[in-house]
Design a protein around this ligand. Sequence first.
Ligand code: NAD
Length: 416
Amino acid sequence: MSEANLFKITQNQLDEAAEKLNLDKATHELLRWPQREFTFTLPVKIDDGTTKIFHGFRIQYNSALGPTKGGVRWHPEETIDTVRALAAWMTWKCALVNIPLGGGKGGIICNPQKMSEREKECLARAYIRAIASHIGVHKDVPAPDVYTTPQIMAWMMDEYEAIVGESHPGMITGKPLSLGGSEGRGDATARGGVFTVREACKTLGVNSKGTFAIQGFGNAGQFAALLHPEILEGGKLIAVSDSKGGIYKESGINPRDIVDYKLKTGSVANFPGTSPISNKEIIELDVDVFYPAALENVITEKNAQNVKARIICELANGPTTPEADAILYAKGIHIIPDFLANAGGVTVSYFEQVQNTYNYYWTLEDVHKQLDDKMTTAYHSVYKMHKEKNVHMRLAAYMIAVSRVAEAVKLRGWVS
Ligand code: NAD
């Protein structure tokens, strides 16, 4: 995780929106903090026969619009402030795409790459035992995030159902298809982001068949590479990078070939016929669309001045610092902010919950169509606010999301 405190950044972003919205003091103060926080110890018998104590979190940031919703990250450097920040962004994200859910997030400090399947299952079940009475379809609904998978969701659901003694597939999303998962969940984040890029190209007159580059080649980055040319009916991928290195080719890289290569070798680095490019260079590349899809705080005041992309679609959470935001806005670069750009994942998670509740399952085409409607509507509402109020896209997105949550807070009488 990066050194800048992500939670402080979310608070500063909220402060800016609150000022623009003339939000009353009490509502503003309420929205600066999580509503409920849980921290717990998780004893797990590991394979060598000893017991290891893990530390876990669950943050329910705000439930004014509905049950809180958000993934569970497993990461060796997880911190409560990162989880708080991600929970805040979930709140704004759900409000922005207009789904009746609040925001939450969870985390466990652990290194899943060094754990056996049995240890992971024990840890997943221990997490659910620690939080079972505070989660559920009408309370708080977990999902996958960094290093957590559909299999981990299946173990978590099973443990929860064993505790409550009933079937409750909607208590968690991102499940395998055969256990009540939704069609279209796997690529939903990237697909949603690419829908917003399609709308941005149309709105701004940017060449939708132009060049694009991607930083980070995991779930979000790989699907963006494949879906961008499909949804925009064109476009040339000229650079991609991951934690082990980057590659560049002016005449274009075939997205399918590079995805297959990464599957085989574990990295995009050294893909034949390309030249190496550093993670610093990829950010400053002259492209029509740049997708940061790896880490937070990569576009900062140190490099923002050199960014040349026409559109930045933030599939990663928090890739741009507030100082860089101001520089990019002044340069006329169009940012599709993270909690709009990557809202496709939670939107299809919400569809999964809806299907679980009805016990009736949609086709892939239905999911894609509903996702397109949600993302397209959200993009244009943010663009309209950005134009009308003459504010950058992130602030416009905050203004819409915060005003929706603030209205719910007031209607409930939490703040008079
Ligand atoms: P992932 O773990 O599948 O992939 C992350 C990728 O980033 C990997 O290819 C890794 O090699 C690369 N990476 C790590 N350090 C790097 C570095 N220094 N430079 C370049 N690349 C680097 O994760 P993901 O699910 O694709 O998530 C990526 C980002 O998108 C995260 O910020 C995540 O919070 C956000 N996001 C993902 C989803 C989703 O549904 N997957 C939803 C919302 C937001």
